[in-house]
Design a protein around this ligand. Structure first.
Ligand SMILES: NC(=O)c1ccc[n+]([C@@H]2O[C@H](COP(=O)([O-])OP(=O)(O)OC[C@H]3O[C@@H](n4cnc5c(N)ncnc54)[C@H](O)[C@@H]3O)[C@@H](O)[C@H]2O)c1
Ligand SMILES: O=C(O)C(=O)C[C@]1(C(=O)O)C=C[C@@H](O)C=C1
Length: 313
């Protein structure tokens, strides 16, 4: 095994993402030691039985000797968790996060800046609909993008910290790219946030229709609907926080989406088969381009199963 990138890392929030980082860091030798803390007594007890690293009873204990601290909590609590974490960190250590929204995360982490730690927000574009410490797996980040949104106008020590964090995620199998947080939030609004909103909504509509159709919606649910229910099974707290903290970009996408949906509705009403053909063919081309990009560069991470295998075109 190569030398670890960090002697010790700390993970705050031992759920799907936190436990996957712990597993991957150990499996690929990217960290010499791993400490974990979670505010839930139940999660701490479960994590302690999973061989993820040293599960501590306090936040301070977990982060005090860490070279890099990963905040893996819902984005709504990033500010208070950062403020509770930074005073216990070593000088020069890195504070990063995995939040699905980046403008708000950058502000939340910066609110705890004491001038002694290196703050580098981040987001792995990899996940599943599961939550909790049992749901994590070491190959989650393999071939997936990891986006870092470093702060502007920093010194050489900061650039070195960004390089080290990049090396860590690369060791976990991810492809690292840096981006402006606002741009990240606009891109993710259409590729991740809106699809989740649509899934939550369609499942909710089906739930209401279940009563009208006397239990036959669930009984005869077909493949397309089942795929939506997987996404809609995602953690409600995480997604509430995503929408509340990426409001502007999501509302912008939703406006355009509603207009395009209305055009399809109109085409169905007026029997405009040409328009339907045109739109559906375009969508098929996009799906093919995504699959081809994934095969060429290994950079697209979707439809990943727990074993890390990709889905088929
Ligand atoms: N689930 C995904 O697919 C995915 C993908 C990429 C990024 N993310 C981001 O990762 C973060 C974590 O998501 P997850 O899916 O691992 O969720 P999860 O529910 O599996 O884990 C979150 C953990 O954080 C803990 N927690 C909550 N508040 C805390 C606090 N104040 N102090 C310490 N621990 C606290 C919870 O007890 C829980 O165990 C979120 O910010 C989410 O946006 C999720
Ligand atoms: O595969 C899934 O279940 C996911 O929803 C993962 C997914 C995504 O939308 O692609 C969800 C949220 C993230 O912040 C990153 C990845």
């Amino acid at each position: 095994m190569p030398d670890p990138i960090f002697e010790r890392i700390a993970i705050v929030g031992a759920g799907l993402i936190g436990s996957s980082i712990a597993r991957a860091a150990q499996a690929y030798g990217a960290a010499g030691a791993v400490s974990l803390y979670d505010s839930s007594d139940d999660v701490r007890a479960r994590a302690a039985g999973l061989d993820l690293g040293n599960v501590t009873e306090t936040l301070a204990e977990a982060v005090k000797d860490a070279d890099c601290v990963f905040l893996c909590v819902p984005v709504g609590v990033l500010a208070p968790v950062s403020q509770a974490t930074v005073p216990h960190m070593k000088a020069g250590a890195i504070l990063t996060d995995v939040g699905s929204v980046k403008k708000q995360a950058a502000e939340a982490l910066a609110s705890a800046d004491n001038g002694a730690v290196q703050i580098i927000p981040g987001h792995p574009i990899a996940g599943t609909e599961q939550s909790g410490p049992e749901a994590g797996f070491p190959t989650l980040f393999r071939d997936a993008w990891h986006i870092l949104t470093p702060q502007d106008g920093k010194d050489e020590a900061y650039a070195e910290a960004v390089q080290r964090l990049t090396a860590f995620w690369t060791a976990l199998g991810a492809k690292v790219e840096t981006m402006d947080p606002g741009r990240h939030d606009r891109v993710l609004a259409i590729t991740s946030h809106l699809p989740h909103l649509i899934a939550f909504n369609i499942v909710s509509t089906a739930f209401d229709m279940e009563t009208v159709e006397q239990g036959e919606v669930v009984k005869f649910s077909a493949g397309g609907f089942r795929d939506f229910t997987r996404i809609a099974a995602s953690d409600p707290v995480m997604w509430r926080d995503v929408f509340l903290n990426n409001k502007e970009a999501v509302l912008e996408c939703l406006g355009r989406f509603s207009e395009d949906l209305a055009a399809l509705q109109r085409a169905i009403r007026w029997g405009d088969g040409d328009l339907l053909m045109q739109e559906f063919s375009r969508a098929r081309t996009i799906r093919k381009a995504i699959i081809d990009a994934g095969q060429d560069s290994g950079a697209v991470n979707f439809g990943r199963n727990r074993n890390g295998a990709k889905d088929e075109a």
